[in-house]
Design a protein around this ligand. Sequence first.
Ligand SMILES: Cc1ncc(COP(=O)(O)O)c(C=O)c1O
Length: 498
Amino acid sequence: MSKFNNQYTRIEDAELCSKQFAKREDEKDALSKLRSEFIIPTKGDLKNKKFDFKQKHGTTSQNNSHDESIYLCGNSLGLQPRRTKEYVNRYLDTWASKGVLGHFTEYEGGLPPWLHIDEAIKEQTAKIVGALPSEVVIMETLTANLHLLMSSFYRPTKDRWKIMIEGKAFPSDHYAVLSQIANHNFDPSALITIEPPSSTSPYLSNEHILSVISQHAATTALVLLPGIQFYSGQFFDIELITRHCHALGIIVGWDLAHAVGNVPLKLHDWNADFAAWCNYKYMNGGPGVIGGAFVHERHGKVERAAGDSNMNNDTQLTYRPRLSGWWGSDKSSRFRMDNNFVPITGASGFQLSNPSALDMTSVMASLDVFSLTTMDALRERSLRLTGYLEARLLRYEGGEAPYTIITPSNPAERGAQISVLLKPGLLDHVLHHLEENDVVVDERKPDVLRIAPAPLYNTFLDVHRFIVIFHEACRKALAKPGGAGEHGKGVPHGTAAT
Ligand SMILES: Cc1ncc(COP(=O)(O)O)c(C=O)c1O
């Protein structure tokens, strides 16, 4: 039994594992209604190999619960909000009817002109990441933003030239950091990785993280860490780690791919230097949609020399060095084409190109769904949903569970996702059974399943239905010749869970 307080672990088996229990939990929760804002793929849709989506998923049609698949994969790609199609259609109609004038056309009750679409989006995004609106910008994509931000924040010196990441960093971050290092003509030894102390658990305790940072502080210029680790689902203590880095004179940036829209963040108060994220996971903006970036207020300043009132004269301005483009330049002088770069104060001054209005529109639709609630309310629901998932995973019927949970059992150290490490040889069989039964979760070879009940659209009933199918899948996989039945006993929680 976990030492952390999970209300569901104290409930009797028969009660906890009943379908009625899940249904009652859904009925009790006012936020359950937000599911109707989303299109839940039907079982037929998932199996269909021929494109015939037609009009059946119009903006008003209701989900039919009998026909719905079990989608627990918002950590990879969030589901489509119903309103996205309507917003995108409005964008298409504006483009069709106004052409270039769509950049400037104010429609009563319509979407903002493309030229100003970023302003509305900033306000809403700032609430989600806990920032001032001027500290956030929707631009580019996650890896591109990490590069742009590192080009500004990674300023190696003779004494400090190393970058520290975690050993299991998402490969794109690893590549990005190595290439930044190479770009400054350092060899790969300038990359320091924080490795877990135990080879059987990916868990990185605060104590361990802080001690590795301290150990390399004298030579480290930058620490880049994930808000939530993509594999283990561990939620890092951003405030504590940031404070520690700053005390040692190290800049710290955050990859928030798995944290944004998942857990409440307070980037401004936590004093993060910079952060970047994508808008296609818990943010539900659509595959590969435009990403986001945060630059703390103190780094986004644009100051002119004392006594100089000419804000348009580049030579008089002091601001953080960066790779620049025209969209980062002051809106009032942007179209003068006079080659004087006057960065917009704040994160917007890091933009390069004019953003895709199609992408912005899609993100806006999703943000309007987020605006129906708050991140604190969502988190409260998420803690219960994920706690319920954990409690059900811990009650494996039919002997010892053939899996361990590698996500921390401390709710404060995880978001929506729980990662399960299956015994060797089971994953393919289990996945096959899940797929046959219209369950969408994602796998990390060789043995990990990531299960993420997204609080905006997943329900307790989804979790119940998943567990029934998943446990059946495990039993079937164990019964197969070569199944992992003979590999010894399972343990409900890995060392990460203690
Ligand atoms: C933690 C993390 N970092 C970086 C990326 C790369 O994102 P992108 O392809 O949008 O640059 C991903 C993608 O899933 C991710 O999960």
